[in-house]
Each structure stands twice: as C-alpha cells, then as structure tokens.
Design a protein around this ligand. Structure first.
Ligand code: CIR
Length: 254
C-alpha cells in the first residue's frame, strides 16, 4: 500500500475519553482530542486526499478508531468483527459508507478481527493474532483475500494492542518495527527500521505516497526516518495515545 486517493474518518464524540484503554496516561482532554482529530483531517486534505468524516456514534466511544472496522484492498472491503465486545457493532454502518466503493464481505462469528491487526504491504498481508484477532478471523480474511493474489501470514502480537501498534510499512520494501518484532521470520525480506524501546509508540507511523506521518515528540525516530527521503509530517497524538490509539487507527485509507 502507500498510495491512496481517499480516506474515511469518524468524528469523535464528547465521550471519546470513555473508550477502552490499557494506558495510564491520565484523563483525555476531549477538546484537545477534537482539535488533534481535525488537524489530522486537515493534514490529509493538504496532501491531496479526499477526506470524508462520518458522524460520531453516540453508543461507541471508540468508534473514531475507524481503522478497526474494515480491511480495504482495491478488490474488496471486508467488514470486521472487532474482538472487544464493546466495539463489536461498530462495523454495522460502515457497509453503507463503503458499498459505493467496493464489494463487501464480512468476518462472522466465531471469528474476531480488528483492522489494526492487518498490515498489507503490496501483495503481502500480515495479520496479528492478538487479544482482539483470533485464528478464525485470520482464516476468514485469508480466504477473502487469497483469490486476489494476497499471501496472508499470522504474526503473534506479544506486546501492544494490535500488530500495527508495533509494525508498519514506511516504503514498498521497508518496515518500521518496535523492539521485539524485528526478528519475525516473515519480516526478514524487508529492510527494517527498529525503534528505540522508549519510542516504540512511533512505530505507528503512516506512509502515504511521498509523505510519512509520525507522532510528534519522537526525535530519535525522526532522525532514523531522515534516510527514507520522505516528507515527514508530525502530528500531535497525545490524547489518542491515552486511549491506546495512534495515527493509523484514525482512518480507513483506499
Ligand atoms: C481500543 O482499545 O479498541 C481503542 N481504545 C483503541 C483502538 C486503536 N486502534 C487501532 O490501533 N487500530
């Protein structure tokens, strides 16, 4: 991936601080979070993407982490079945939002799958097996994607919420990885930028064409990214970080 023409986001509600989190970084400042969310949408517009922001979902405080609700490739959009029961119905209204762009498939019970666990790099698809995504969810996604030539591989997620909390593409052949993920056999075919442990959050960086979005406040990572020759765009993610969310979580890109 890396090239997209549009993104879909969802407006956070005033209850955005009441979602799930394992972080102990303090209470979310909702006004600041709304500002950071709007700044993200503006940055995407500035690089030429068409940005659609869906309305907040009152009963789902985590619904603005819209990445978890679908896996989108050029051939199909797969609606997920999120692993957290509190988030399970978030994908329901994505069908109407996505149906004009892609044929729709669905992960069904007993499979669970969060989009944050799905990393697609070209025709390779890595699926994190995490607290949210189970082997049945992986197998269902593999069966939807393999007819289109995607090779799907499971990756145990031993730390962090999702696979993409720790591993992302920052180029067609290059991954950024948090410590602990660099030795996975399936990643050996890629160049790898391994981050310092105290900057592991920055592994959730988002590559789009010649731009690389990274969270603000990670100077060692910024330094490591210089060699990529990409236009680095730092966004303040302080409030999303408090909710275990990062840059990729805030959008579906296609
Ligand atoms: C959750 O625990 O589900 C949300 N608070 C954070 C989801 C982050 N999403 C993502 O990494 N794709």
């Amino acid at each position: 991936m890396g090239h997209y023409s549009r993104i879909m986001m969802r407006q956070p509600g005033r209850n955005a601080g009441q979602g799930l989190t394992t972080a102990s970084l303090g209470a979310v400042d909702v006004d600041v979070l709304l500002h950071q969310h709007a700044a993200y949408a503006d940055a995407m517009k500035r690089i030429g993407l068409e940005v659609k922001v869906l309305p907040a979902l009152e009963h789902f405080p985590d619904a603005y982490f819209v990445e978890d609700t679908a896996v989108i490739v050029p051939e199909v959009a797969v609606l997920t079945r999120p692993g957290a029961p509190e988030r399970r119905d978030e994908p329901l209204d994505m069908e109407s939002a996505l149906a004009e762009f892609r044929p729709i498939e669905r992960i069904v019970s007993p499979g669970t799958l969060d989009g944050g666990d799905v990393l697609i790099v070209g025709s390779r698809c890595f699926v994190g097996l995490s607290d949210r995504t189970n082997p049945c969810g992986f197998a269902q996604l593999r069966d939807f994607l393999s007819p289109f030539g995607y090779t799907c591989a499971p990756v145990p997620v031993s730390a962090g919420l999702h696979l993409k909390s720790s591993v992302n593409a920052v180029g067609p052949d290059t991954l950024v990885v948090a410590p602990g993920f660099e030795d996975h056999p399936d990643f050996q075919a890629f160049s790898r930028i391994t981050l310092d442990g105290e900057e592991a959050y920055a592994a959730n960086s988002l590559w789009i064409d010649e731009h690389l979005f990274m969270p603000k406040g990670f100077p060692k990572t910024r330094q490591k990214y210089q060699s990529l020759g990409l236009n680095l765009i730092e966004l303040d993610m302080s409030e999303m970080c408090k909710m275990d969310g990062g840059l990729t979580c805030l959008s579906l890109r296609f």
